[in-house]
Design a binder for this molecule. Structure first.
Ligand code: ADP
Length: 182
């Protein structure tokens, strides 16, 4: 599923983030950048040890929740990995939505600063961090649409959803977002 905003595209696909042939893929990192399961485990496994070496050297202090840092992508097809730290879901009244929006916004900002024309995101915070998928989808898409309208780049933002359920939630949220745009 695809939607356009001017010359820019938001695309939803079902698949594996590590296989995406885009300028930057986004990692669902934790604030110590220590590696983990889920997306993080898959990226470091497939990308090789240089990604962790680089984040250890450049970002030894880790990364606060709601923010992001960038590294090379080792053996992955992408040029960069953007390590974004989404919030742990805690009922929704502890600023989770704003922190999740920050993780997307700061990732997009880093991508643009590094000349990336295409960026692929997983559904940040929706695995081990427990963020409800439908709420996460709305925040992810609203933040992306707002960023694209404000900055006119990157040209392509692709959401790579792992499961049928995740794809369905993002598809419904994308349709809804464009309905309210009109
Ligand atoms: P978090 O700790 O931010 O919740 P996870 O990596 O546990 O991050 O999960 C984030 C989302 O990514 C979940 O919806 C999970 O199903 C999905 N996911 C797991 N592995 C992959 C992968 N290889 N590619 C894309 N999405 C993935």
């Amino acid at each position: 599923m695809k939607r356009s905003i001017g010359d820019q595209t938001i695309e939803l696909v079902q698949g594996d983030i590590t296989l995406q042939n885009v300028d930057a893929i986004v990692n669902a990192a934790n604030s110590s950048l220590a590696g983990g399961g889920g997306v993080d485990g898959a990226i470091h496994r497939r990308g090789g040890p240089s990604i962790m070496q680089e984040t250890d050297e450049m970002h030894s202090q880790g990364c606060p929740t709601g923010e992001a840092v960038i590294s090379g992508a080792g053996k992955l097809p992408a040029r960069y990995v953007i390590h974004a730290v989404g919030p742990i879901w805690d009922g929704g009244r502890r600023g989770e939505a704003e922190l999740l929006a920050g993780a997307y916004r700061n990732s997009l900002q880093l991508a643009v600063e590094h000349g990336c024309r295409s960026v692929a995101f997983p559904a940040l915070s929706t695995g081990a961090y427990g963020y409800p998928m439908d709420l996460a989808a709305r925040t992810a898409l609203a933040t992306t649409i707002e960023f694209l309208q404000a900055h006119g780049e990157p040209a392509l933002v692709r959401f790579v959803l792992f499961s049928d359920g995740a794809y369905g939630a993002f598809a419904a949220a994308l349709e809804e977002a464009f309905k309210t745009e009109d």
